[in-house]
Design a protein around this ligand. Structure first.
Ligand SMILES: NC(=O)c1ccc[n+]([C@@H]2O[C@H](COP(=O)([O-])OP(=O)(O)OC[C@H]3O[C@@H](n4cnc5c(N)ncnc54)[C@H](OP(=O)(O)O)[C@@H]3O)[C@@H](O)[C@H]2O)c1
Length: 242
């Protein structure tokens, strides 16, 4: 078989770019997803020498996602790893958020993730060991959000973002259960991860971890063996509470 093929969405910068590089260093042919073709091409040039190809994919645009799936089907006939990394955080205080304010983050983090999984499933099922990694967040954890006085209980500006990532976690569990009950998809493992607090554009580079550190958990769960779990939520140290 040819080298395994991985698609990382939102891979033109931040944790996604580091994930793309680490997967390529492990022998994957990496499709570096970027909603902007120019930014994707520039990021791929940073990884010169590795098997990395930029692919235009805007997770909020059905035609773009369909075109990416058609390209992967034509070129490779299967997909071994899908890392749903593309994400958006719009800071606005909870009490100021309108229903319409929720849309951009839900479109990207939730509807976009489902759009990509749905489009890529026919390609994933062709892989002998398909893996899906959904990038969630510590801010999705109810145990943290309900801990009085904690940073997560007081981060009122991540109102919509936290809700989208909690939705990502539930979708991960629901997909895992559905795959296990479908003989054609039972070999697809899907897990949610959090990279920790990483210094990227998403948080104005306030995070304390490097993108390389943040990417490790995605790469680990993208490459687990056939005896590994499905439907879980993990950081680099192991399982997390929901
Ligand atoms: N940084 C942290 O501390 C942290 C913590 C927990 C979870 N996460 C999660 O980690 C993931 C990566 O975030 P990051 O910190 O690396 O942030 P980042 O540097 O802002 O990267 C986000 C990536 O998502 C892409 N993206 C946004 N909307 C998109 C769309 N509609 N279609 C395709 N790509 C889109 C961005 O593309 P453009 O360059 O075109 O905008 C960019 O490549 C996200 O899911 C985020 O929620 C991050």
């Amino acid at each position: 078989m040819t080298a395994p093929v991985a698609l990382v969405t939102g891979a033109n910068k931040g944790v996604g770019l580091a994930t793309a590089r680490q997967l390529a260093e492990r022998g994957f042919t990496v499709l570096l997803g970027s909603r902007d073709a120019g930014r994707g091409a520039a990021a791929a040039r940073e990884l010169t020498g590795l098997a990395v190809r930029p692919v235009a994919i805007d997770v909020t645009d059905q035609a773009s996602v369909d075109a990416a799936a058609a390209f992967i089907g034509r070129e490779y006939g299967r997909l071994d790893v899908l890392v749903n990394n593309a994400g958006l955080l719009v800071r606005k205080h909870a009490t100021d958020v309108t229903a319409d304010d929720l849309r951009p983050e839900f479109e990207t983090n939730v509807f976009g993730l489902v759009r990509v999984i749905h489009a890529m499933l026919p390609l994933l099922r062709e892989s002998p060991s398909p893996r899906i990694v959904n990038v969630a967040s510590n801010s999705a954890i109810f145990a943290k959000a309900t801990e009085p006085g904690s940073m997560f209980a007081r981060s009122h500006e991540s109102f919509a973002y936290s809700a989208t990532k909690a939705a990502v976690n539930m979708l991960t569990v629901k997909y895992a259960n559905a795959f296990l009950d479908d003989p054609a998809l039972a070999h697809v493992k899907v897990n949610a991860v959090t990279p920790g607090y990483v210094a990227t554009d998403l948080n104005g580079f306030q995070g304390v971890r490097t993108t390389d550190e943040g990417a490790r958990v995605s790469v680990h769960w993208a490459t687990i063996g056939d005896d590994g779990p499905t439907g879980g939520f993990f950081d680099e140290d192991g399982p997390l509470p929901w």
